[in-house]
Design a protein around this ligand. Structure first.
Ligand SMILES: Nc1ncnc2c1ncn2[C@@H]1O[C@H](COP(=O)(O)OP(=O)(O)O)[C@@H](O)[C@H]1O
Ligand SMILES: [Mg+2]
Length: 220
């Protein structure tokens, strides 16, 4: 799978209040890639990631998925691409507090009508080393473990690319390194594409490719 941004810009607001959060971005992300998006707070990192993930459409420019433009794609097909091919991980883990680890990972699979969801959810939790925590609730897990549940949820439907927005941002450096190592191992072992937002240069050093962004513009 590949996602391509051609001269993509994104504006928020209207008229005089219009603000260009991303300007003229040319980016390609594909299966097997490991890309870090680096820049200060407010520079447009999340905006870029949301457009890469087909969560949002650009104001100008074109996004293609496997060569096909998504400009005129109905929302239903956009959500199918997200559901079947892309995984998302956020700084806040966004786990359902009243569900166990297994139930959290299982939920999107059930919503997508995936068969053998329970088996897949358990396998994903096994991949992130949480096979002994299937029945634990988020409150019973450490921050690093909660983020690993979120990663398992992102992986459970076997996506081609995972988009992670500051996945280690809420973790102490040691735990953050564990989570990062996990993403790197997934990239190396299964050719999973990883696109990760970070403002930590040391974290970015471990990616194959770095995209520096400042005031909505990518440093070529
Ligand atoms: N939904 C929105 N409406 C208006 N402005 C937004 C919205 N989302 C982001 N912005 C603005 O766009 C800029 C880039 O935001 P963002 O992509 O979240 O940056 P980063 O992730 O690098 O911190 C910021 O100035 C932010 O305030
Ligand atoms: Mg952000």
């Amino acid at each position: 799978m590949n996602i391509k941004l051609n001269a993509v810009s994104k504006a928020y607001g209207q008229g005089g209040a219009q603000f260009w959060a991303l300007q003229d971005a040319n980016v390609t992300a594909a299966s097997g890639d490991f890309i870090a998006i680096v820049g200060p707070s407010g520079s447009g990192k999340s905006t870029l990631l949301h457009i890469l993930g087909c969560l949002d459409k650009p104001t100008t420019g074109e996004v293609t998925v496997d060569g096909q433009s998504i400009s005129n794609l109905p929302d239903r097909q956009m959500s199918r691409i997200r559901r079947d091919q892309i995984g998302f991980v956020f700084q806040q883990y966004f786990l359902n507090q009243s569900m166990t680890a297994l139930q959290n990972v299982l939920l999107p699979l059930q919503l997508a009508g995936v068969r053998e969801g329970k088996k897949k959810a358990a396998a994903a939790l096994n991949t992130v080393g949480l096979e002994s925590k299937l029945d634990s609730y988020p409150a019973e897990l450490s921050g690093g473990e909660q983020q690993r549940v979120a990663i398992a949820r992102a992986l459970a439907n076997d996506p081609d690319i995972v988009l992670a927005d500051e996945p280690t941002g809420s973790l102490d450096s040691k735990t953050g390194k564990t989570v990062l190592d996990m993403l790197i191992a997934l990239n190396e072992d299964s050719a999973l594409g990883v696109v990760m937002v970070t403002h930590d240069e040391a974290v970015a050093e471990r990616a194959h490719e770095k995209i520096h962004i400042l005031d909505g513009r990518i440093n070529e």
